[in-house]
Design a protein around this ligand. Sequence first.
Ligand code: FES
Length: 264
Amino acid sequence: MMSAARLLARRLPSAANRANAAGQLRSMGHAQSFHINTPDNTPETYFDFTEENYQYVNKVLSKYPANYKQSAIIPLLDLAQRQHGGWLPVAAMDKVASIVEAAPSRVYEVASFYTMFNRTKVGKYFIQLCGTTPCMICGSEDIKKTIEKHLGIKNGETTKDGMFTLLEVECLGACANAPMVQLNDDYYECLTPKTMVELLEACKEGKPPAMGKWGSLPMNGQVSCEGPLGKTSLWEVPEPPKVNVERFKDGAVDPASVKAHMSY
Ligand code: FES
């Protein structure tokens, strides 16, 4: 029987197929809801989790009831993507489908819905540049031009050496420290063209700067979201809400009464 991936591939208009083959529609598979076979990405391409990752697969599955294995689709796709160098071949999606005992199409629809999943190959350093209004007003266009000029690629392209992919995306939720990029998992914020080039050069040397105390790195030296005046509020650690530990004594809360149990 023909797989869903093959069916999807066959449905693709040939003109679009040709354009994509030439790299003209490339956007990490985010824009397209269909799969296109390429030499490194067919349903027949081999993919399996490593022995070590199978231990994590089992750990993830153990969180869900045996008849709700499909709840593990997102964490397993994420694991597969990390194992496969930052992108998800269709064979990896098929493997996840077989593990969670779901139809492959159920996994494809998850992978094609969430932009965190790349269904075409990306570089070692996947740069997602925020181009939404706050970042745009604060200079994201200059950052984009800087990246394009420094790396010799345009939006949606990967450098010939496979090191960098650039993709302009919508708001990444770090607007207070605009403009910013997400580099693989990490946020680099408060960028200028100069610090952007420094960041790219550090990546070329395999030494991207480590994240700061709060899990991101403003590149202008500020701490977290503190403005030019430094810390102006929240001088003290606020008192946490009071929790009545007695109610957890038996280790369970009746879901129907969760609202009543809220302590704030
Ligand atoms: S607008 Fe760029 S992070 Fe929100």
